[in-house]
Design a protein around this ligand. Structure first.
Ligand code: AMP
Length: 399
């Protein structure tokens, strides 16, 4: 079954066409600058050349139309007709407490996703636009929603409640939800496979370190805690997001800088994290690593603070699960930065008995164990694959 996986943002749309039965990628691409001047489609069929088509895309329907045309194109296409695409799987950021698993996108489900929009005002409306654009162009193709929050719905009350008046949870559902769930789910089950165990047999800490970053505690296959909260702003220091701060800083800074609440929120979301800590130098770890090599003090303090925060969460989640069998690194930084993995493991995981195998730590692109200790938790790198998980869930629901 060929499944089109769609990940729709406010001005971008990422897609992959996957043969879900054999779990093989057929083509992938990205529409950028939707609704803005200079919109373009970047398209790569597996085994073929990457092509870029610059063409106006006034809205997401125009973007999906260009994607479908590329997939069916005589020279660069990968299907003879749209009939070959049997299902569409959509990434949905926030499912609130309503969705603990992926589900078929009926009108009722779509209405419930709309209700969750005030919990993710930047993301859910964009996801919904993607769904309606696909429905318009492929009215008879079944669609499935896969939620970033769903995997974390197994968290116990003690982990998801904040120390706030309980009525805010009752009235507004203010609680920890967590994100990147598709990645945490995929990576934790792959980790068990790498150890030759079932997910129910091990405790795993997944460090999803990308531009957005989160850690999760997965006990016997079920998420019991995660670092992101009501929104993806909480937890680790990220590319441009602050992660955990004292909430009183918001009022303090608003007063000192004469800024509104929304100005301060924009600083916390877009100008903080490693970008902010490095004095505005870069949110990209490649730049930070290069600068650290040259002895740049801003890059050193930024990388130290980032790694320290990750290590603190690993410590907290080891305690939360009363022990850990696997610590896994994934996503852009987690998969690619041998330096970040070294700094975290060598400075902070000695008490668990972890020692790194530096040769394995410098390998790229494969799932592998990078620790050399016999006793204590294994440390691993596992490339994440959120699109494959979306295709898997879509296929499973429509079988
Ligand atoms: P993601 O959000 O998972 O796509 O991760 C993107 C981030 O991964 C980038 O902003 C970089 O900071 C980081 N990254 C990608 N490649 C490398 C690399 N080779 N070394 C260090 N960091 C990398």
């Amino acid at each position: 079954m060929k499944v089109l996986v769609i990940n729709c943002g406010s001005s971008s749309l990422k897609f992959q066409l996957i043969d879900a039965a054999s779990e093989t990628l057929i083509a992938k691409g990205l529409c950028e600058r939707i609704g803005i001047d200079g919109s373009q489609l970047v398209y790569t069929p597996v085994g073929g050349e990457k092509t870029t088509k610059v063409s106006p895309m006034p809205d997401h329907t125009a973007a999906v139309k260009m994607v479908l045309e590329a997939l069916c194109d005589e020279s660069i296409g990968v299907v003879k007709s749209l009939d070959e695409i049997k299902a569409v799987g959509h990434r949905i950021v926030h499912g609130g407490e309503k969705f603990a698993a992926s589900c078929i996108l009926t009108d009722e489900v779509i209405a419930t996703i709309e209700e969750c929009s005030d919990l993710a005002p930047l993301h859910n409306p964009a996801n919904l636009i993607g769904i309606s654009a696909c429905k318009e162009l492929m009215p008879n193709v079944p669609m499935v929603g896969v939620f970033d929050t769903a995997f974390h719905q197994t968290m116990p009350e003690k982990a998801y409640l904040y120390g706030l008046p309980y009525e805010y949870y009752e009235k507004y559902k203010v609680r920890r939800y967590g994100f990147h769930g598709t990645s945490h789910s995929y990576v934790s089950s792959q980790a068990a496979g790498l150890l030759g165990k079932a997910p129910e047999e091990i405790n795993t800490i997944v460090c999803h370190l990308g531009n957005g970053a989160s850690v999760s505690a997965v006990q016997k296959g079920k998420c019991v805690d995660t670092s992101m909260g009501l929104t993806p702003l909480e937890g680790l220091i990220m590319g441009t997001r602050s992660g955990d701060i004292d909430p009183a800083i918001i009022e303090f800074l608003a007063g000192k800088e004469n800024k509104s609440l929304s100005d301060i929120m924009a600083v916390l979301n877009k100008k903080s994290g490693v970008l902010g800590l490095s004095g505005g130098f870069s949110s990209d770890f490649r730049d930070l690593e290069d600068a650290k090599d040259k002895g740049d003090a801003a890059a050193v303090r930024t990388l130290e603070a980032f790694c320290y925060r990750v290590a603190k969460y690993i410590g907290a989640y080891t305690a939360a699960m009363n022990g850990v069998d696997a610590v896994v690194f994934t996503a852009g930084v987690g998969e690619n930065s041998a330096l970040v993995r070294s700094m975290i493991c060598e400075q902070y995981l000695g008490y668990l008995g972890v020692t790194l195998d530096q040769e394995a730590n410098h390998k790229r692109g494969e799932a592998l164990v990078i620790s050399s200790n016999e006793e204590g938790p294994k440390v691993m790198v596992i490339p994440t694959d959120e699109e494959l998980m979306i295709a898997r869930d879509t296929y499973a629901l429509l079988q």
